[in-house]
Design a protein around this ligand. Sequence first.
Ligand code: FAD
Ligand code: UDP
Length: 367
Amino acid sequence: MNILIVGSGLFGSVFAYEAAKKGHQIKVIEKRNHIAGNIYTKEVENIQMHQYGAHIFHTSNKEIWDYINQFAEFNRYTNSPVANYNGEIYNLPFNMNTFNKLWGVVTPAEAQAKIDEQKAVLNGKKPENLEEQAISLVGTDIYRKLIKDYTEKQWGRPCTELPAFIIKRLPVRLTYDNNYFNDKYQGIPIGGYTQIIEKMLDHENIEVHLSTDFFENKESLEEEADKVIYTGMIDQYFNYEFGRLEYRSLRFEHEILDIQNYQGNAVVNYTDAQNKFTRIIEHKHFEFGEQEKTIITKEYPSDWKPGDEPYYPVNDKTNNDLFKRYYKKSKEKKKVIFGGRLGMYKYYDMHMVIHEALTCVQKELSK
Ligand code: FAD
Ligand code: UDP
């Protein structure tokens, strides 16, 4: 088959790699001037810079871990961000180190008692939004210092109007363990992520066209192909006919500094309301770098408007209901397969995207 893939991110590239191996002819079009979508990394000052935000690979699925390790060697990096709340430093995710610093408690039983005492404000109510979910997990002090302002900066709306599932991404532990993820496997590809996508797309059956927007030539591109894999915004594909889905965007402010070590950690979250950025990334620490200089990136969340990059779907009820209408319509188009974070309007991490793409290849190309 002639397969057109719209988007050279992780979803499109895994699909391209697998389909090319099966002998199909693949054309990948990408509107940016580089491959790899949001996992793109670029070498600057001998440091791998995560151009679109920090990306840490983690999974509990051995098949996915083995799969990604075909394309790069991973280091032993373990994500252990710290939170800076008006100059006070706390370990993340919420664990005994956090509870000890905040309340002086030493044992898990003391920490649990403190959380139980604080969550009593909910009177046993089942959490219905992010605020209630957060308080029921870690109590009111942590909610106020480490969650409320960070979340409201990130999502641009009150925690009472956000779905509870967002905060459930974070572990809460009664052990002294600062690992941000519970997964069995974790690391950063030595030499960056872009090489992974380069290797996936390096096949005689695959041609890649950069700086090419699908919508400039939609009809003829679709006509030429036997199948289309579309990883852009699903509402844009249907010309927003049911209305616009909401996204959150980000502005990245990169700085090269003439010092060796700026903040002593790869990720520092600013959980106060005054600093308008949510986090500062210091890229060299992902690879234990000892370069003379350092690069930092401040991450400023913003509302999405046409022309901005749509980094996060806003999976509240209104948007999910709207997505369902688009999804239903997408199923009527047999030739076009929708995938990835934007095509499926889901808060997928990288390991989930690989899993989805491999499942999709199986379904679509094994007939
Ligand atoms: P994308 O990477 O968005 O790729 C889609 C591609 O399609 C883009 O290159 C886009 O330019 C292109 N495209 C769109 N429309 C068109 C068009 N009309 N014509 C041509 N091309 C088009 N995951 C983790 O596992 N760990 C992390 O630590 C992590 N951190 C993250 C931090 C941030 C700030 C963000 C935003 C995401 C993070 N993720 C993380 C998630 C990860 O980025 C995604 O799971 C993954 O990149 C999604 O791949 P994708 O192919 O679906 O989408
Ligand atoms: N969060 C928070 N304080 C933090 C870190 C995260 O309140 O210091 C909340 C916030 O609502 C965020 C969610 O937890 O949107 C998920 O965090 P994660 O780090 O997984 O977000 P991502 O990496 O996807 O931006």
